[in-house]
Design a protein around this ligand. Structure first.
Ligand code: HQG
Length: 179
């Protein structure tokens, strides 16, 4: 089974284009595992796909992008669908990190971190993760430090994505250390 390819398609379906698969996400982003399987099985490539393959896909992944609970599956972060996925707000650690391209820094200084095409700004629990995220856009990325506790104390909401990723609606530049 090509788990990486499967994970990319499941992310596409659950983060960006559920309607292409005839799926409707609930307010927390869940869909029935059976409905997702039925939709994927229509594609010859995934015709023999079974529930067990979805569990294996999650286990085989380098990051925890999806979760299955009570016969439902959801993407944990990354959404761009038009109705905003609800997340429970959580107290963040003192600092979070954001890896980005050098070419975005002037704009981030001016406007803060914005969610852009996605529903939330994505922040990393540690610098290592932020570096990996930033390298997607710049071979020598900038790691920003977010004063998360201070922002939280001032009323900014944070939400847990997975064990390494935190989310926020936006982060003003006063809470960002640019070094
Ligand atoms: C930048 C992947 C200019 C921001 C990753 C980022 C992550 C601004 C880009 C997850 C800006 C948005 C999310 C501003 C933000 N001016 N640029 N004011 N504010 N930006 O892909 O955080 O592998 O939506 O710095 O690993 O890069 O798919 O967000 O560069 O965990 O599971 O706008 O997606 O996860 O890019 O990545 P993205 P991201 P997966």
């Amino acid at each position: 089974m090509r788990y990486l390819e499967l994970s990319k398609e499941v992310s596409y379906a659950l983060r960006h284009a559920p309607s292409e698969y005839g799926l409707v996400l609930d307010e927390y982003g869940w869909v029935s595992v059976q409905q997702l399987l039925k939709a994927l099985n229509k594609n010859e490539k995934w015709a023999l796909l079974k529930v067990d393959d979805l569990f294996k896909m999650i286990d085989a992944s380098d990051k925890k992008r999806h979760e299955i609970v009570d016969n439902k599956i959801r993407a944990l972060y990354g959404h761009s669908v038009s109705s905003k996925i609800r997340k429970e707000s959580n107290e963040p650690p003192e600092y979070l990190y954001h890896g980005t391209a050098r070419r975005f820094i002037d704009s981030i200084k001016e406007k803060g971190l914005l969610s852009q095409e996605r529903q939330y700004v994505h922040l990393s629990l540690d610098k290592e993760t932020a570096l990996q995220v930033g390298k997607r856009r710049d071979k020598n990325p900038v790691i920003l430090t977010i004063k998360a506790t201070l922002a939280w104390q001032n009323g900014v909401s944070f939400y847990k994505g997975d064990d390494k990723i935190w989310l926020a609606d936006s982060i003003k530049s006063e809470y960002i250390e640019f070094q």
